[in-house]
Ligand binder design. Structure first.
Ligand SMILES: Cc1cc2nc3c(=O)[nH]c(=O)nc-3n(C[C@H](O)[C@H](O)[C@H](O)COP(=O)(O)O)c2cc1C
Length: 396
């Protein structure tokens, strides 16, 4: 089974990650990870920081001659701002000594982990919470998960995503989204993200894209921020990944956990999701059809895919369609009220350069974190220590 851990602070020297349990013989080069890291860095509504920090990974173990070896894969990502001549970060993040010029941060920012984190770990300086809870960590998550994604690609499973709402602008409902996305999904989920990337806000509908972009512009002027809703799609999953027999083996539950583990994600739905609470049964369930395949066996495709490709905690063989909602960025140019940890004095939060809307970037994180979940469900079913062995075990 594939596991991964990330380590590192937002303004430390580097982020590190270890991916364990990857089968041997999977083609893997740094650019397979760098591709998704650069996708995570691009998108309308971004703040300034990423402009001078291009994320490029280095492998330190587990990969040889462009293939995984089956052992732990160690990955690092340098924080280039840390090394700059005038950088304060080596002092601020010094592992051993506190420089007297480094001030404690005592004003927690609402909407971040600041206050609860400081209370939990009994810090009188919020800095350690800011450093580890920051979404900078998602860069290493994208790197680690892209390794699993690379394995999935070898067995014909693709992942893609697109944005369906930013603030007040979005599609009217399920049918309108299907009309825009399904012709692309039928060509494989990667086609979906390629098409979405033609839009600055990663939305397939050009009129909506423009409205979303203008909305971000207008909200930036107001000194506020925006969240949104996105759809992640997985194509190529055979029926029967996950299981109904035990609560923790249900694939939808595992996928939802991975999405909600991303900073600022507040909800997940599958297929029609919350819309299924509004419709009657006949407009929700996916009727079963049958056709004879080449070897004489029956296949059972569905007339529709409103379940989002999962029934009873298992893949149906139709594309997995899940949606996530991201709350608006909590760092706001027009400040929010907070209270000082030491004095209790009420004051306004300090603004640091920040995104206005991070949904176009966050969807890459969402695509990524589900990859190890799907890969593990796949490995549980088909097993194997090497890609060659796994491919031999797949039904022809
Ligand atoms: C890709 C991505 C980028 C983000 N960028 C910012 C940012 O620039 N400024 C900010 O204040 N929050 C940003 N966030 C959101 C915070 O990390 C998040 O609001 C915070 O961790 C608390 O959310 P939680 O309570 O859901 O964990 C970003 C989140 C993601 C996923």
């Amino acid at each position: 089974m594939i596991r991964y851990l990330t380590a590192g602070e937002s303004h430390g020297p580097r982020l590190s990650g270890i991916v364990e349990g990857m089968p041997a013989g999977v083609p893997l080069v740094a650019d397979d990870l760098n591709l998704h890291l650069s996708r995570r860095q691009l998108g309308y509504g971004r703040g300034g920081r990423m402009a001078f920090e291009k994320d490029l990974v280095t492998f330190h173990s587990g990969v040889r001659f462009g293939e995984t070896m089956g052992g732990p894969i160690t990955i690092t990502l340098e924080n280039r701002a840390f090394e700059k001549d005038d950088s304060q970060w080596p002092k601020v993040m010094h592992p051993e000594t506190r420089d007297p010029s480094v001030d404690a941060i005592t004003l927690p920012r609402p909407g971040h982990a600041d206050l609860t984190g400081a209370q939990k770990y009994r810090f009188d300086d919020v800095r350690p919470v800011i450093e580890r809870s920051s979404a900078r960590e998602t860069a290493m998550r994208v790197a680690c998960c892209s390794v699993a994604r690379q394995f999935l690609k070898q067995v014909g499973i693709e992942i893609g995503s697109h944005i369906i709402r930013i603030g007040k602008h979005g599609y009217s409902g399920w049918e309108e989204i299907r009309e825009a996305a399904d012709p692309l999904i039928s060509q494989g989920a990667e086609r979906l993200f390629e098409a979405a990337e033609e839009s600055e806000v990663k939305c397939l509908n050009p009129t909506l894209s423009e409205l979303m972009r203008d909305h971000i512009k207008e909200i930036r002027k107001e000194g506020s921020s925006l969240g949104g809703v996105y759809e992640v799609v997985v194509t190529g999953c055979p029926p029967g990944l996950g299981s109904y027999v035990q609560w923790d083996r249900k694939l939808d539950g595992q996928l939802a956990q991975s999405i909600l583990s991303i900073q600022a994600m507040k909800g997940v739905e599958f297929g029609l999701g919350f819309e299924s609470g509004v419709r009657k049964g006949h407009d929700v369930h996916d009727e079963i059809t049958s056709r004879k395949s080449g070897n004489g066996n029956h296949k059972f495709p569905r007339r529709t895919n409103r379940s989002g490709g999962i029934e009873g905690g298992m893949t149906t063989g139709e594309p997995i369609i899940l949606r996530g909602v991201m709350k608006p960025i909590p760092t706001l140019l027009k400040p929010l009220q907070s209270a000082d940890l030491k004095s209790g004095e009420q004051s306004e939060t300090r603004y640091e350069r920040s995104d206005v809307c991070a949904v176009p970037r966050a969807i890459v994180v969402a695509e990524s974190v589900i990859a190890p979940v799907i890969a593990n469900a796949f490995l549980e079913k088909f097993g194997g220590d090497s890609l060659r062995e796994i491919l031999e075990r797949l039904p022809k």
